[in-house]
Design a protein around this ligand. Structure first.
Ligand SMILES: *Cc1c(COP(=O)(O)O)cnc(C)c1O
Length: 229
């Protein structure tokens, strides 16, 4: 399938899901996750009007940035090693994987202006996933107060890899509940109104549960082995 066709399908699914539940599709940011495809494929998406690209490794990000000239919003969505912050920080618009205090400190130290961040929450409690637990959120957010270059715009999570739709939905719903509690505190350094959740297999459920940013890879970009005519 062509990239153009895949994009049209995703956009239609976003529109239909929004219509069903009375949300405005303009409130959903579609992040094309290009980590597994070439810069050429990423360029095709940009040419089709995609304005947000997501990468999970520094090397992949640098490669895409070397090859794409247009102004796009660069999202970093992967686990970030503290020692890579210095090189990464001035190259991204948004960090989706703020998951520990040591990373907060390093971002704060290296950034020259406040960086938009999502705090990653491990809702499902799976050991393979990073992120703070929902129980740790209150304390974590209190501690953020003294780090002026860390500006938390929302929460991020990954649903478990399961066919069980109700399990996925409950993870997204829990993230929204944690978000609502933080938002209610009205922290100036952490408005935390956004929700980064939903990937290829579950973005429609995520939109129904309040996602503002969906991170779509395979369903949108295909795989490099597939031709893109
Ligand atoms: C790879 C990745 C995605 C996209 O996954 P797909 O299933 O290919 O849509 C989204 N978020 C994160 C954090 C990822 O690492």
């Amino acid at each position: 399938m062509e990239t153009k066709q895949r994009l049209a399908i995703i956009q239609q699914q976003i529109n239909e899901t929004c219509k069903k539940i009375g949300r405005n599709p303009e409130d959903i940011t579609l992040i094309a996750v290009t980590k597994s495809v070439s810069s050429k494929r990423a360029q095709t998406l940009v040419d089709l009007g995609v304005k947000d690209l997501g990468e999970n490794r520094l090397e992949g990000l640098l490669d895409k940035q070397e090859n794409i000239q247009e102004k796009v919003n660069w999202h970093f969505i992967g686990n970030l090693q503290t020692r890579k912050v210095k090189e990464l920080i001035h190259k991204i618009d948004c960090l989706h994987s703020l998951d520990r205090m040591s990373l907060v400190k390093e971002v704060n130290k290296r950034a020259s202006e406040p960086l938009k961040c999502f705090v990653q929450i491990n809702v499902s409690g799976e050991e393979s996933k990073s992120g703070i637990t929902p129980e740790e959120a209150d304390t974590f957010f209190e501690q953020l107060a003294e780090y002026e270059n860390v500006h938390v715009i929302g929460l991020m999570t990954m649903a478990p890899n399961t066919e069980d739709e109700s399990e996925i939905r409950s993870v997204f719903r829990s993230l929204r509940e944690v978000r609502d509690k933080i938002t209610a505190k009205q922290l100036p350094y952490a408005p935390c109104t956004q929700l980064s959740m939903g990937m290829s297999n579950d973005f429609m459920i995520a939109i129904e549960e309040g996602a503002t940013h969906i991170r779509v890879g395979t369903a949108l970009v295909g795989s490099e082995s597939e031709e893109d005519e």
